[in-house]
Design a protein around this ligand. Sequence first.
Ligand code: PLP
Length: 296
Amino acid sequence: MPSQVLTILNQPSADAPAHEPGASPFRFADVASPQLSMLDLGVTRGDGIFESISVGNGRAQAFDHHLSRFAQSAARLDLPTPDLEVWREAILATIDALDDAEESFVKAVLTRGIEGDGRPSGWAFGSHSPDFTRERTEGIRVVLLDRGYRHDIQHTSPWLLAGAKTISYAVNRAVVREAERRGAEDVIFVSSDGIVLEGPTSTLIFRRGNTLATPHVDLGILEGTTQANVFRFAEERGLSTSYEVVTPESLQSADAAWLVSSVRLAVPISALDDKPVGVDSELSAAMNSYLRNLRD
Ligand code: PLP
């Protein structure tokens, strides 16, 4: 069995025609061969959405949360509503076809398809995950970068799609290159009016005493599935949780901080803009163990 699997959906949305009427809802395809038209708006405009789902020992984690967020992102972009039952089956089939591994992931992508064609493109790509042991144990250096938008754009300017998981990630990649130029590995965005937001592919969580906190979801940031599970973990351990509006200065004084996301899971922050941050190794290990062993 392979370490990578590609599954293409025949009819990603019941609101749009199938690519091949009467054919099965999805088919496996050769990962190494081209499958998508160069005219697809996902390619030419970055017009589409995605979800990356952790798979632990063959089980999709936070699956319902990912699927509901996928549907919300589609609604925000006025994409045809994804047929979640077909997506669920296609993703489960992708996982089944993957060679066994402790940690894998599936990336589900829905694009607007070829301009004027009216049929969205949809596929699920499954793969074994890279080894994140170093990041999860030693932590990573992070820099704060200005996102250039106010913290309230979700309300003032919903067309900017803040908080939707779109495939337009060129900026999210550019900031990591900027972090590398500054001797760091990752980034936390700050709004133009000085509020701490999120990472380019992760949610920030920080600890003050016995409380785990995260930036309020109302700040135009993605509502994280991993953050939701880390809060469940915290509550089971008797820690308090809270959603906050934080400034960079206040974040600097946290006892510990993490960037959390599907696939990479919880990565402690060891330095913030060159200032050391305490790495809580015990809590990081417990968090990652909890996340790795989630049953759904
Ligand atoms: N914020 C952004 C911008 C992301 O791209 C991601 C994940 O890719 C996250 C947060 C974390 O979300 P999740 O924990 O659901 O993977």
